[in-house]
Write a protein that binds this ligand. Structure first.
Ligand code: NAD
Length: 496
């Protein structure tokens, strides 16, 4: 009881109107304009903090700091850079409870998810690249007795890193950690919708003693701060994760400036279920891959294709399990589905449910805004929703909804499942459920996707390449691929 009381007091303190600051040249600073934007708690619909409404002048300050810091940081030994990253990882771990609570309040995701996935993964990102850089080696090519070539991998310079709201600290750190490990300095922008844990990371970097200017975090709107980073003439590299249309606009600015670009964009991932699957494992995982984080994970399987032989059974069981999911207060341990990240996004998801009805879809579960009571009466909730009866090529089945909404569609043959799976402009991830190994290999080989999960979902080894094909992006993050991205190869040829 006392513990519960203390926990609630902690929440009240955290929710007391906080002023988030930029982190520039090692200090927490106000935006030059001195203006701020409201930051909402999606589960209550109330403003609970404000964030800097920064602009290109703040980005310029951040760039100057990063440029000055690059001189030392780019030649700091790998061991020293590693030590800073490991210290940051340790501080994230030490502050797990505080960061998880902040993430849950800021984003609407269940606290349990933030505590077990988001924040541990952010620490893991720093840990992974803090140790990974020690094992990063370049190539040498011998021309027998004529010459020897060796390749230097030099940090590119000041990196621009821009991240989205769905996995705030997790994805922010997924860019920043490899950039810093590789010897780049960084100007970073978290999403204006979920800025809190990036702000807390600034405090952690100060505590870790990270040299001034090595990491700079500028808060604010995409078209102002993001655009200023992307179009900055002296920032040679952009690592972006977000929507496909934003990625397209970024590419149109950055490509003619010949910047190095990594674009991790949207998805409309298929989940293909064959009758010979391990049914219970498939059902439990499919529930997760459909509705975890309110369906707001770029890797969620939003189009579920089920072999006709088990379609009716699957539909009945899936609906039953989905109805059991507890939707509500993200801070309640039992909650499985929290709040949608913003009012605007909630309206977008609801409009897609309406579209699905107009396209002939039948809502077999959920389908409505959920109006809770008391503190949550103005929160942004949506019932987990299952829709059937839609053609594979209608808009609902082709466009990214990014919410707790899935469609279910029967298929008869492997070829038909593949054709439907590959029919969208996207190609990020895919999920396949079968016990037939030959079929699993065959399907994995033919899917248009950067990632294929067979009999699992979201099982991540940080060494593997992460990213998508087609409109889901350009380039890969993860493992040494990210260190390759943040460094420039230079071949040196010595005639013997
Ligand atoms: P978004 O594109 O609206 O915003 C992403 C970031 O870009 C934010 O920080 C935003 O402020 C900034 N931004 C917006 N306009 C900009 C501009 N003109 N110039 C520069 N920066 C700009 O995306 P979102 O709504 O925050 O995130 C959801 C999307 O992200 C979904 O489409 C989802 O699939 C995608 N996503 C992809 C991955 C992946 O790894 N492929 C991971 C997570 C999310």
């Amino acid at each position: 009881m006392l513990q519960f009381f203390l926990f609630r007091i902690f929440i009240v303190i955290l929710e007391a109107m906080q002023q988030i600051k930029n982190y520039i040249n090692g200090a927490l600073t106000e935006p030059l304009s001195k203006t701020y934007l409201d930051n909402f708690n999606p589960s209550t619909g109330k403003v609970y903090s404000v964030i800097p409404d920064s602009d290109e002048k703040d980005v310029e300050l951040a760039y100057s700091a990063a440029k000055a810091a690059f001189k030392d940081w780019s030649v700091t030994s790998k061991e020293k850079r590693s030590a800073y990253l490991l210290k940051i990882a340790a501080l994230i771990e030490k502050n797990l409870d505080k960061l998880a609570l902040a993430e849950s309040i800021d984003n609407g995701k269940p606290l349990k998810l933030a505590k077990t996935v988001d924040i541990p993964r952010a620490a893991a990102n720093f840990h992974f690249y803090g140790t990974g850089i020690l094992h990063y080696a370049s190539h040498a090519h011998s021309m027998e007795e004529t010459a020897i070539n060796y390749t230097l991998r030099q940090p590119v310079g000041v990196a621009g890193c821009i991240s989205p709201w769905n996995l705030p600290l997790y994805l922010f750190s997924w860019k920043i950690a490899p950039a810093l490990a590789a010897g780049c300095t960084v100007v970073a922008k978290p999403s204006e919708i979920t800025p809190m844990t990036a702000f807390l990371l600034s405090e952690i970097c100060i505590e870790a003693g990270l040299p001034a200017g090595v990491l700079n975090i500028v808060h604010g709107l995409g078209p102002k701060v993001g655009n200023a980073i992307v179009s900055h003439k002296d920032i040679p590299l952009i690592s972006f994760t977000g929507g496909t249309s934003t990625g397209k606009s970024i590419a149109s600015i950055a490509a003619p400036m010949f910047k190095k670009l990594s674009l991790e964009l949207g998805g409309k991932n298929p989940n293909i279920i064959f009758a010979d699957c391990d049914y219970d494992k498939m059902l439990a995982t499919t529930l997760n891959s459909s509705f975890a984080n309110q369906g707001q994970i770029c890797l969620c399987g939003s189009r579920i294709f089920v072999e006709r032989k088990i379609y009716d059974k699957f539909k009945t069981d899936f609906i039953t399990k989905t109805k059991e999911l507890i939707v509500g207060d993200p801070l309640n341990e039992k909650t499985k589905v929290g709040a949608i990240v913003s009012k605007q996004h909630q309206q977008k998801i609801l409009s897609y449910i309406e579209l699905a009805k107009q396209e002939g879809g039948k809502i077999v579960c959920g389908g409505k805004q959920l109006n809770l009571t008391n503190a949550f009466s103005e929160g942004y909730f949506i019932e987990p929703t299952i829709i059937e009866g839609l053609p594979y090529n209608c808009r609902t089945n082709q466009e990214e909804i990014f919410g707790p909404v899935v469609t279910i569609t029967p298929f008869d043959t492997e070829e038909e499942a593949l054709m439907m799976a590959n029919s969208t402009v996207y190609g990020l991830a895919s999920i396949v459920w079968t016990q037939n190994l030959t079929r699993a290999h065959k399907i994995a080989n033919s899917l248009h996707a950067g990632i294929v999960w067979i009999n699992c979902w979201l099982l991540r080894d940080l060494r593997t390449p992460f990213g998508g094909v087609k409109a889901s992006g350009v380039g890969r993050e993860g493992g040494f691929e990210a260190l390759d991205f943040f460094t420039e190869p230079k071949n040196v040829c010595i005639k013997l």
